[in-house]
Design a protein around this ligand. Structure first.
Ligand code: SF4
Length: 708
């Protein structure tokens, strides 16, 4: 038996796994946590622990297909390359797009971005991470000059106050949450505050739960900033030396949230609860603010992130043990995608599309004069452009937008009338794969070979446990083959993921010196890495430089940021409510989120009987008072309807749900429950800076189904 160290493919915590292959032919594994991995020290949650139940060939896409007919790889790859080339010749590069995923490994992501942004010449490549963390990226870039997460998991253990804002970490980042729980057991002085409209499982360890009015978090953090100033709790020397823009941000905070009563009224909270939060924040040096989808998935998500960061900059609580603003992102490799420019508004190695020097640098490194120099279409706009016929060919990699995108019925219609839809995936029968003209079988988690980066910037290896199934190929290979067949032979002549990782590291260090610009993202320690070194790679936090080969646990310890003048920026924040407010026709606010035991659209976790037992069918949580008013009971089948679409779900009564607010989980697909697609209901409103959809605030109505 062969035991291999690899990384969990589900959430952004990035737990290390020891997988023992018991029977390769039968795809039989035993799984346990890697006791030496710094993310989890041997622990696994229910999803990670049942990975062995999800690696069978059931539901696998095993052979290339064109319009439902099995074909060989040459035919499939030639077809995709020829069709893309022809459409680009006829309509220009803006007529094609890639929609990729935080499930891809960094090497896959790198090659996809290189092909689209570097050689096709458009930035029309976006990722499902847009739905998860793009507001956090904007927040970091605006404040720090770069997309850089300052903290690590040890900070959670060294904190005296942890705010969980819009984060049900107990279910969505379970092992990180277990570390917080353990820290609380070890340190009775550690206070936990949960700021969330719902009373979630994370409240189990909370000293204070603030059921904030949906969408009003920025008001709360503006209130903290004003309170800090009013009570002499700001760190003026740090503000003067290491930041800029404090006065403007403070003025806006005082104007909008200058008193506890004003904040309490705006947030729908008691003055007492708000006062307690403000007092704890003001008086506790070691404070970590964890924020997640409840902050990011909002039409003002970027502003909410900066309202949080403002409070940490004002108190100099950043770059030191036990403190900092800490975004928890959802996907296993959302961070890796960010490193290689996986978003339509970023370029590889954390460089910018709209910076001519960066475009020139990347162009010289890749040997291409076609590097895109303006932003591409972000996810929602990309599917709108497909619906409008402006994008005529789309290649969707390892994701299921027909289920997960907002206004998902529109996304479905867009793909139904698109000239060319290519889907590469390891799963055969997703709602999206059903609409593909070309299906390309990709290797799955147990076969892939490369790296992922978790939410604390830690790069870990995913290693193959089994040989590829059927005719499946690695994503980087499939993309490279299409690139070569489109005429870019030398640039995509890769033989291994190790070679791609080395090139990615070389680009991160290319002209990264004082003469040019000091950049946050630097892997100069790996610019000469060979296959052996890649195979032996230990989990490590970037930057990993020749001077600091063991990585960087914490950023900004020296108070120097990545802006031109090396100062962090305060951003003045004017709190805004959600764009679409409930009204007489749609009186409830629909909140959406994850369950403890399922992952995304259930294509893999749905295979594990143990996980399905947690919640077997789509449900909608509502407050008993609301249910009573509408004559709905627990277990009533109900239709949840918005102006965009509808879904069916079983009513569950939950007094932890705010009156006037509903909650549905995101996981069910049309394949599993024909009317259970949450995405069909969600409004497609986006944050103007990040393009992240407002997935947690859609006005809806609910009624028994069928009507009684
Ligand atoms: Fe996997 Fe996340 Fe669970 Fe860790 S916490 S085992 S990374 S799903």
């Amino acid at each position: 038996m062969n035991t291999i160290k690899t990384t969990c493919p589900y959430c952004g915590v990035g737990c290390g796994i020891e997988a023992t292959v018991e029977d390769s032919a039968a795809h039989r594994l035993t799984i346990k946590g890697d006791a030496n991995h710094p993310a989890n020290f041997g622990k696994l949650c229910s999803k990670g622990a049942t990975l062995g139940d999800t690696v069978s060939l059931e539901n696998r896409l095993l052979y290339p297909q064109i319009r439902g007919q099995r074909v060989d790889w040459d035919s499939a790859l030639n077809h995709v390359a020829e069709r893309f080339t022809k459409i680009i010749e006829q309509h220009g590069p803006e007529a094609v797009a890639f929609y990729v995923s935080g499930q891809l490994l960094t090497e896959d992501y790198y090659v996809a971005n290189k092909l689209m942004k570097g050689f096709i010449g458009t930035a029309n490549i976006d990722t499902n991470s847009r739905l998860c963390m793009s507001s956090a990226v904007v927040g970091y870039k605006r404040a720090f000059g770069a997309d850089t997460v300052p903290c690590n998991y040890e900070d959670l253990e060294q904190a005296e106050l942890i705010l969980l804002v819009g984060s049900n970490a107990a279910w969505c980042h379970p092992i990180a949450f277990q570390r917080i729980r353990k820290a609380k057991e070890n340190n009775p002085n550690l206070k936990i505050v949960v700021i969330d409209p719902r009373a979630t499982a994370s409240c189990d360890i909370a000293d204070l739960h603030l059921p904030v009015k949906p969408g009003m978090d920025a008001l709360l953090f503006n209130g903290i900033l004003a309170y800090l100033q009013q009570n002499g709790r700001i760190n003026q020397p740090y503000i003067d030396m290491h930041t800029e823009g404090f006065e403007l941000a403070l003025n806006e905070a005082v104007k909008t949230a200058g008193s506890i009563a004003q904040v309490a009224a705006g947030c729908g909270l008691s003055s007492e609860a708000v006062g307690t939060l403000f007092d704890w924040f003001a008086s506790t040096e070691n404070t970590v603010t964890v924020y997640s989808q409840g902050i990011n998935q909002s039409s003002s998500g970027s502003d909410k992130c900066n309202a949080i960061i403002n409070c940490h900059l004002a108190t100099a609580r950043i770059g030191k043990p036990g403190m900092g603003p800490f975004s928890f992102t959802g996907q296993p490799n959302a961070m890796g995608g960010r490193e290689v420019g996986g978003l339509a508004n970023t370029l590889a190695a954390h460089m910018d599309l709209e910076n001519p020097e960066h475009v020139d640098r990347v162009g010289r490194f890749w040997g291409s004069d076609k590097v895109a120099d303006k932003q591409g279409l972000k996810a929602v706009a990309m599917f709108d452009a497909i619906a409008a016929g402006q994008i005529k060919a789309v290649w969707i990699m390892a994701t299921n937008p027909v289920v997960s995108m907002p206004d998902a019925d529109k996304v479905k219609r867009a793909l139904q009338q698109c000239e060319l839809v290519v889907v590469s995936d390891c799963i055969a029968n997703t709602d999206t794969a059903e609409l593909a003209h070309v299906l390309l079988p990709a290797t799955g988690w147990s076969e892939k070979d490369g790296t992922v980066t978790n939410l604390e910037r830690r790069i870990s290896r995913q290693r193959p446990l089994f040989p590829a199934s059927g005719a499946a190929k690695h994503d980087w290979w499939i993309i490279s083959q299409v690139g070569q067949r489109m005429g870019f032979k030398d640039a995509f002549n890769y033989q291994s993921s190790a070679e791609i990782f080395r090139e990615h590291a070389q680009l991160s260090a290319f002209e990264n010196d004082a003469e040019h610009q000091v950049r946050d993202f630097n892997l100069s320690a790996f610019t000469g890495i060979d296959r052996q070194g890649f195979d032996a790679l230990q989990p490590v936090q970037w930057p990993v430089t020749t001077e600091q080969t063991t990585g960087t646990a914490r950023m900004f310890a020296d108070g120097r940021y990545f802006t031109a003048n090396r100062k962090a920026r305060f951003i003045p924040i004017t709190p805004r409510p959600p764009v679409n407010a409930p009204d007489a026709d749609y009186p409830f606010t629909l909140n959406t989120g994850r369950l403890r035991d399922q992952w995304h659209t259930m294509t893999r976790t749905g295979l594990a009987a143990k996980l399905n037992a947690h919640r077997p069918e789509p449900f909608v949580e509502m407050h008993p008072i609301d249910a009573d008013k509408l004559g709905l009971n627990a277990h009533t089948l109900a239709q949840v309807q918005s102006r965009w679409g509808n879904m069916l779900a079983r009513v569950e009564l939950n007094p932890g749900q705010q009156i006037g607010s509903l909650f549905v989980p995101m996981h069910w697909t049309g394949q599993i429950s024909s009317h259970g697609r949450m995405g069909a209901v969600v409004n497609p409103v986006v944050d103007p800076h990040s393009g992240q959809p407002e997935s947690k605030q859609t006005p809806v109505k609910i009624k028994a189904w069928p009507a009684q």
